[in-house]
Write a protein that binds this ligand. Structure first.
Ligand code: GLU
Length: 423
């Protein structure tokens, strides 16, 4: 059996989608459940989409949730470099080899040629590349004349392409529907469609875990593995994380990213716990899991193919459970700045923190729990003196001293509960 090795292969786009983080988590859990390796690979071949500082966001996110990688751009490993833009000559070598094997070809077509076919074929457009018929001499002449070109995969459009996915089962795609995708772009960069195959093989990835949008491209990747005589990996395609039944959760549409949720007062541990349950469930009804517990319990066969709907209320509930269970000092560290936002008077802030710990769901809730402290007016001790009830400053103080520990220990501050406790 191959060693279990998975990789998280984000493109550096500037934030961590919840869907992406969930994929990373499943990759991590699959590897660690088998005592295998979890790799980080940065897929930056689409230079136009690159965003400054984006890789730091990826590092910081994974670190903040404890998903440590065994190999990656910053720590190296035996299969580096782990940034695709640093692997360019290697892709070109493999593309040349594929041309030799008759499984790839130069294409000199212009955008107009493609557009013309698109118009003629309509919706079922599959590019029929006239460049496949060029002779060796014609190709050489065009190369000598510096004609711009791409390298495309050559596909014999016959029969069905099949494979088994761990989540979606047996997948069959009609060979006629597979387009001869670009492998090397005119700028010399590989496309994702090419680089992912080369890298996954080179890095000895055993389980390719990714979004289900790649289900239908995978037969083309399989043809590449077959052409080189490489073993195909095990595929685990995961369902999308949805905002509702019809819309994918997406940062572009204003949905929260991981960073947004943390900024809103959610704990990274709670977020990870919650997203593990988006599309996966254990074989019992346990809901609260530490990362270590997830590693133990995770089973690929319990990933569902049904799209998972992101439910912020459920996450909020889960966050409150984490806050309740949190070590007090750790809680205070996070809560202090929220308390200081509200309290300007000379109060014991730790006491206030202890009061709110079990009463909030997310940290920003602290404000509405404690703003009354500031609103309490200066009062006159004369309010404790009542002739008829024979209370004066002295005996009232005695009573208040007795009551204070009871109030401090009291969880339920509703009127009825306080009355019952004091009477
Ligand atoms: N860079 C690709 C993405 O972000 C990775 C897909 C994969 O895991 O193969 O969608």
């Amino acid at each position: 059996m191959n060693r279990t090795r998975t990789r998280f292969a984000p493109s550096p786009t500037g934030y961590m989608h919840i869907g992406n983080l969930r994929t990373a988590l499943f990759e991590y859990l699959i590897a660690k459940h088998d005592n295998g390796d979890f790799l980080l690979r940065i897929e930056d071949t689409d230079q136009a989409r690159e965003v400054e500082g984006a890789t730091d966001i990826i590092y910081d996110t994974l670190k903040s949730v404890g998903m440590n990688w065994d190999e990656g751009p910053d720590i190296g490993g035996d299969f580096g470099p782990y940034i695709q833009s640093e692997r360019l000559p290697m892709y070109r070598g493999y593309a040349d080899q594929l041309i030799e094997l008759g499984k790839a070809h130069y294409c000199f077509c212009t955008e107009e040629t493609l557009e013309q076919q698109r118009q003629e074929q309509g919706d079922s457009f599959v590019f029929k590349d006239p460049c496949k018929d060029l002779s060796k001499e014609e190709i050489q002449a065009k190369l000598d004349a510096n004609t711009p070109y791409v390298i495309r995969q050559t596909i014999d459009h016959v029969g069905k392409q099949e494979y088994d996915d761990q989540v979606y089962g047996h997948i069959e795609v009609d060979g006629d529907l597979l387009d001869e995708q670009i492998l090397i772009k005119s700028d010399g960069f590989p496309t994702y469609n090419f680089a992912n195959v080369i890298d996954d093989h080179q890095m000895e990835i055993s389980h390719v875990v990714r979004g289900n949008e790649y289900l239908s491209s995978t037969p083309k990747y399989n043809l590449l593995y077959d052409a080189y005589g490489w073993q195909r990996p095990t595929y685990v395609h995961v369902p999308p994380v949805m905002k509702d039944e019809h819309h994918k959760l997406s940062k572009r549409n204003g949905d929260a990213s991981f960073q947004d949720l943390v900024a809103k007062g959610y704990l990274p541990e709670a977020i990870i716990n919650y997203i593990a349950l988006l599309g996966w469930s254990p074989d019992n009804d346990q809901e609260i899991f530490s990362l270590q517990e997830l590693v133990k319990a995770f089973d690929v066969h319990r990933i569902s193919k049904r799209p998972a709907i992101f439910d912020i209320d459920k996450l909020t509930w889960m966050n409150s459970e984490y806050i309740k269970a949190m070590d007090f000092d750790k809680f205070y560290e996070r809560a202090e700045s929220y308390i200081r936002e509200v309290i300007t008077k000379d109060y014991d802030l730790k006491k206030i923190a202890a009061l709110v710990k079990s009463r909030i769901e997310i940290f920003p809730d602290i404000e509405k729990q404690i703003d009354f402290f500031e609103a309490v007016p200066e009062y006159d001790t004369a309010m404790y003196c009542h002739k008829k009830m024979k209370t004066n400053e002295e005996n009232s103080l005695e009573v208040l001293k007795e009551v204070l520990p009871l109030l401090e220990a009291q969880e339920d501050y509703s009127n009825d509960a306080l009355y019952a406790m004091l009477s």
